[in-house]
Design a binder for this molecule. Structure first.
Ligand SMILES: NC(=O)c1ccc[n+]([C@@H]2O[C@H](COP(=O)([O-])OP(=O)(O)OC[C@H]3O[C@@H](n4cnc5c(N)ncnc54)[C@H](O)[C@@H]3O)[C@@H](O)[C@H]2O)c1
Length: 427
């Protein structure tokens, strides 16, 4: 294929616009030429940003898919339950696909896509962006080179961040598993993918516990209003107050300029449009009075084929949003986190080595550099017509993370019952 690789974006929301913005980073290799979104303001924004011809702007992915192929690649960044329905016709039209995760919360749909992809020439990769970060590639290299011997156990945490939980999983898009996906698939299929990839082993069995501990009506403080701006009496002391999170917080509020969570509330992203969204839309609701059903904490244990184990905790109740990791091996341990971006390698009896990931990478933005990393890898794969490499998140690899996540959800709903992966996959 010749550069620039052309892109059609199906769903110009947070993710679709992020991938499109890589055109600035790789101007010789990529060009956005078509867009579709239900929201005309988003289509207009994309049209202006990328000088997309009017005839290539569509009011839905379905409408875009009625046309002959418009680009080399289609980015499928619509919502969780739409991905397969958009990816299958795109593959049949000959597009290569950058597919947002999860593939689908329904295994039958994931399998259907796998089947169609095997019959079509287009390449398809799933956006498990962590695999394309310097942080996780350094960990993979250390483990693969046997720096700490055989890994016996991994402890990993996904610190969701109280404000991120409130935004995405209580008030926002992913609050309800029947509309989108269970939390362990939606948020943590990345972790199931990256942790098993780091070990290079298959998961044999899984068990999981978790629930919604806080974000429910019976935990609402006295005096809490149904909407934060409607005279809530506990507004000043509530950390989840929408006005704090979206407007005044120095970390997540409008004033920070690049606050991605406040930018989700309105295309205009102004004080006026944000207040309007808080008064009228879902993001102004009290966190104790939403239609949410996804968990706010979940503990999942994985037994791997060689007897090693992974314990993984996803929890809403953290100040910041980042991942921590500890691997314990027969010859040493590795401790690391994506906040400090430091990796501590302690080979038993030797001096500690500290690797500063920040010094190894020029781009730690957007999932620790994973957002640009995945696009760059995909572009290079298409331009050189090369095969997937060790880190490529193929559909087949991604399916494994989906099996584990959905088995973990089955376990959680059954009170922590052990689910054997082979039996689960055979269903
Ligand atoms: N890889 C990651 O790390 C990561 C991170 C966040 C979200 N995601 C996934 O990306 C997907 C999109 O998430 P987002 O945060 O961008 O959500 P979003 O709501 O910001 O964007 C989704 C967009 O799709 C549009 N849309 C819905 N139906 C459509 C249709 N039929 N045709 C065209 N457009 C349509 C919506 O109008 C919206 O603009 C989700 O499935 C989510 O799980 C992945």
């Amino acid at each position: 294929m010749k550069a620039p690789v052309t892109f059609a974006i199906a769903g110009f929301g947070d993710r679709g616009s992020t991938y499109a913005s890589m055109e600035k980073q790789f101007p010789d290799k990529m060009k956005v030429v078509a867009v579709a979104d239900l929201d005309p303001a988003k289509v207009e924004k994309a049209r202006n940003l990328y000088q997309i011809p009017e005839e290539n702007c569509f009011s839905s992915a379905e409408e875009m898919l009625e046309q002959d192929r418009l680009a080399d690649v289609m980015v499928v960044s619509t919502m969780d339950r739409q991905h397969v329905g958009h990816a299958i016709p795109a593959l049949r039209k000959g597009y290569h696909i950058l597919l947002e995760k999860p593939i689908s919360p329904e295994l039958s749909k994931c399998r259907e896509l796998l089947e169609v992809a095997s019959q079509c020439p287009g390449k398809i990769i799933v956006c498990h962006v962590l695999r394309y970060t310097v942080f996780y590639n350094t960990l993979k290299d250390l483990i693969q080179r046997g720096r700490i011997g055989d890994v016996v156990a991994i402890c990993a945490n996904e610190n969701v961040g109280y404000w991120h939980q409130a935004h995405s999983f209580v008030r926002g898009n992913w609050r309800n598993s029947t509309q989108t996906s269970p939390m362990i698939l939606q948020k943590s299929c990345h972790d199931m993918d990256i942790l098993t990839w780091l070990l290079g082993k298959r998961c044999k069995a899984v068990s999981s516990f978790g629930s919604t501990q806080l974000f429910k009506p019976e935990r609402a403080p006295e005096g809490a209003a149904l909407r934060c701006l409607d005279g809530c009496k506990v507004k000043d002391t509530c950390p989840f107050d929408a006005e704090k999170i979206y407007i005044t917080s120095p970390k997540t509020g409008l004033a920070t300029g690049d606050s991605w969570i406040s930018s989700v509330l309105s295309v205009e992203h102004t004080l006026e449009s944000t207040y309007k969204a808080l008064r009228e839309g879902p993001y102004g609701r009290c966190v104790y009075h939403c239609d949410n059903d996804v968990v706010d904490h979940q503990q999942t244990n994985l037994l791997m084929e060689d007897g090693s184990t992974i314990s993984f905790t996803m929890c809403a109740f953290t100040e910041n949003c980042y991942r921590t990791f500890k691997a314990m091996g027969t010859k040493g341990e590795i401790e690391a986190d994506m906040k400090s971006n430091l990796i501590h390698v302690r080979v038993f009896g030797q001096e500690e080595e500290i690797i500063d990931v920040g010094k190894l990478s020029s781009d730690l933005k957007g999932h620790g550099g994973g957002d640009s990393g995945i696009v760059e890898d995909f572009l290079n794969m298409l331009l050189t017509d090369s095969q997937p490499n060790q880190r490529t998140t193929t559909l087949e690899h991604s399916m494994e993370s989906h099996f584990i996540a959905l088995a973990a959800e089955e376990s959680r709903l059954a009170g922590g019952k052990v689910i054997h992966l082979e039996t689960f996959k055979a269903q």
